[in-house]
Design a protein around this ligand. Sequence first.
Ligand code: GAP
Length: 431
Amino acid sequence: MENKNTLENVVALCKRRGIIFQNSEIYGGMGGFFDYGPVGVEMLNNLKRYWWKDIVDKRENVVGIDGTIITHPKVWEASGHIENFGDEVVECKKCHQRFRPEDIEEKCPSCGNTEFTEPRSYNLLFKTEVGVIEGSKTTAYLRGEACQNIYLDFKNVVDSTRQQVPFGIAQIGKAFRNEVTPGKLTFRSREFEQWDLQFFVHPNDMEKWFEYWKDERMKFYKGLYRKHENLRFYQHPKEKLVFYAKDAFDIEYLAPWGWAENEGIHWRGDYDLTQHMKFSGTDLTYTDPITNEKFVPNIVETSGGVTRTFLYLLLDAYEEEDLGEGNSRTVLKINKDIAAYKAAIFPLVGNKEEIVTKAREVFDILSDGFKVVWDGRGNIGKRYRYQDEIGTPYCITVDYETLENNTVTVRDRDSMKQERIKIEDLDEYIS
Ligand code: GAP
């Protein structure tokens, strides 16, 4: 079931089940900042591992880095962010709330007034200060996009690894934007995470690699989400491309509020390395070890939002099912690789020592290879409902029969079918 309330339902589920919390909630909250709860952090880590496996682990021509959030301030001059990393903002003349012009339809979303100031431009970078002595502190910026570290480390990676062009550098990391109108849970946040691949190629090979990464990235998202009809490419119109880009595509997801960006696949050409050469004075040209040709590598960038993907995954997975006879359930049919726990282990009753001990044994066996969770609280029906809501693929119940024949009941999240499985076969069954 998909309806207009899916976002509201997902927001409620996130709080109820420890997936995403509003940051500083006890102080009234901070708009655009979120914490991940005990269930959410497991899912988010699994999501990042899923990307890393696909982009780094399975390829011989991609390596990873982990860069800092604060860099030399000149980085943001070179990248152009200080001059033009802006959004337009208009102010309601009555309630003085500020909005992006595209977010208002004639009336102020807050008070209904129809009069606004003229649009003004507004820089999204967060400023901070580095240094201890008042008066000699340096203004620095929290990175507005995570990818800049990759350009900064390009030469270090070439000099320290066995990689040769074409090759890629990958990174997952936080980015910060002082968004005018954060909203729709984590969709537009002020602190969020990005996954970036910058793939360095010979200028003559750009076309080929651009197509290659477009395909790879769409395949990735199709592997992640259930509803493939909610994915599409959007090609940026030629007249709106930045001057150095020959092409740019977004992978978009159909959210309850319409098609929205998930990841950008950008033709960056030699722009980034050339800018950093100019501003730093360091030579970033590459010499082909076989032909000795010297050139500035061109870049195909794939840059997606980790936290935004996570929100889309929740929307993609959320279902309310009518079970008949007045019963219903909420279930998160999330990709099994991303679920917080692979299985939940239930002792049927909490007051029979042999059953609890046997269930502990099962927990110990499985927790060696999988992330599993223990639940001994309430009746079995309630435990199923709880695990369904957080998307646990299997619930394993240790009962009286287990003590006789070493089998347990395994219940599947999606089909709700139950099977008896031997404890020794559980490992294989789950994987
Ligand atoms: N290095 C290129 C770059 O940063 P972008 O299109 O501005 O490109 C890439 O950002 C991705 O980061 C977007 O596709 C989106 O998924 C995510 N993203 C951007 N701004 C965001 C925000 N305020 N909150 C959450 N995710 C955001």
